[in-house]
Write a protein that binds this ligand. Structure first.
Ligand SMILES: *Cc1c(COP(=O)(O)O)cnc(C)c1O
Length: 388
């Protein structure tokens, strides 16, 4: 028996991380200092994007994107039901009406053909933003989404909280890092401990659009600016203006220090996650357990390793693994079936592919420090459950 329960995800903190945080604590700044700026520069460089704005968490990042896009009460946006609730909530904070688009049965990501049907059914410009999620670490087809965005007139906000370090190859044969915003207007990330880069709480927004970047920076700090170029007037060196109603969505220097240090191991994390995925793939080949979809040219970031099992076996497997110290997880309960979203008329039965996915899915432990012994144990217990 494995002694300690194996979680489905876990942060990896090493001595270098600890020293970086200690150094930040001993510096002159705890917030609004040089490390936040450094983290932004490093992250933008890693992704190959013009601008990165670090914020307090991924949910705040989504909210800031909605604000920068001037989403107003009653504006419509489209997202996927197979995501964490924050993808939708970030836009609800601005009063948006959230429309859920069903998922693709292979990738479990927003089905872009169904998206097109939704778009076609209303006049152009009806939907202000589309918020796909790179679920589990698999990239949405951003190129196709860009074509739709240009035709129907919406902004693309990719929720890539599962996918830093992932990439895809576009139709021109060029590798595109997720978050480089070649096709998207905004991409958002989270640095929650279960995600690839852990800063406790934390998030990032990336964009190549200066107009949008300036807005998220302003809204991140109360709508206050000291930038001489943006001020109406000036009474002196102390002068600042509050130009919009913003929030305090800042990250701290200690978190930025941790983020800078963690970013250096992102490639290693992706590589380890892919090794773990390959071992799971091979172990379950030909079994009733369905393994994740793979595509040549895609670097899957593998935030999650999601298997599909027959609906009538899923709870049994979950309980069996738990009894054997393997904490698998069911991700996600379709957002449109949440009581909060049901008040807007959404109900079970509306999105059959997502609901079918939910009845079969199980996320097995996936994090870079999962040991060989632990993974062997997990695989053995899954097979044992199915009497194989
Ligand atoms: C984690 C996550 C978020 C929210 O991030 P927080 O940093 O926890 O606020 C949003 N969307 C998805 C898909 C996530 O996994």
């Amino acid at each position: 028996m494995i002694e300690k329960p194996i979680p489905y995800g876990h942060q990896n903190i090493n001595d270098e991380d600890v020293q970086a945080v200690v150094a930040a604590l001993k510096s002159d700044y705890m917030t609004q200092g040089p490390l936040i700026r450094q983290f932004e520069i490093d992250f933008a460089k890693y992704l190959g994007v013009e601008y990165a704005c670090m914020v307090s968490n991924g949910t705040a990042a989504l909210h800031l994107c909605a604000m920068a896009l001037d989403i107003k009460p009653g504006d419509k946006i489209i997202t996927t039901p197979i995501t964490f609730v924050a993808s939708a909530n970030g836009f609800r904070y601005q009063g948006a009406e959230v429309v859920f688009c069903d998922i693709d049965s292979k990738t479990f990501l927003m089905d872009l053909d169904k998206l097109e049907q939704i778009l076609k059914a209303s006049p152009k410009g009806t939907y202000k933003a589309v918020v796909p999620v790179d679920f589990a670490g698999y990239p949405i087809d951003e190129e196709k989404l860009r074509r739709l965005a240009d035709e129907y007139g919406f902004a693309i906000v990719v929720d890539a909280c599962h996918a830093p370090g992932g990439s895809f190859v576009d139709s021109k044969g060029e590798k595109q890092m997720i978050g480089n915003c070649k096709y998207a207007d905004f991409t958002v990330f989270s640095f929650h401990p279960v995600k690839h880069i852990a800063t406790g709480e934390g998030g990032a927004i990336t964009t190549n659009r200066k107009d949008l970047y300036d807005k998220v920076v302003l809204f991140r700090t109360h709508g206050i600016t000291k930038d001489p170029a943006l001020l109406d007037t000036s009474d002196g060196g102390w002068y600042y203006e509050m130009q919009e109603l913003g929030y305090n969505y800042r990250i701290t220097e200690m978190q930025a220090a941790l983020g800078i240090s963690q970013l250096k191991r992102l490639n290693w994390s992706i590589q380890r996650r892919n090794e773990i995925a390959k071992k799971y793939d091979e172990a379950f080949k030909g079994m009733v357990v369905k393994t994740p979809f793979r595509q040549v040219g895609v670097t899957h970031a593998f935030h999650l390793y999601v298997i599909q099992v027959p609906t009538d076996k899923r709870k049994g497997l979950y309980d069996y693994l738990r009894a054997n110290n393997v904490n698998s997880q069911v991700l996600y309960i379709p957002v449109h079936t949440m009581p909060y979203y049901r008040q807007f008329g959404w109900k079970k039965g509306d999105l059959p592919v997502a609901e079918d996915y939910y009845s079969k899915c199980l996320s097995l432990p996936m994090f870079p420090t999962l040991t060989e012994e632990e993974q062997d144990w997990i695989i053995a217990k899954v097979k044992e459950f199915f009497n194989l």
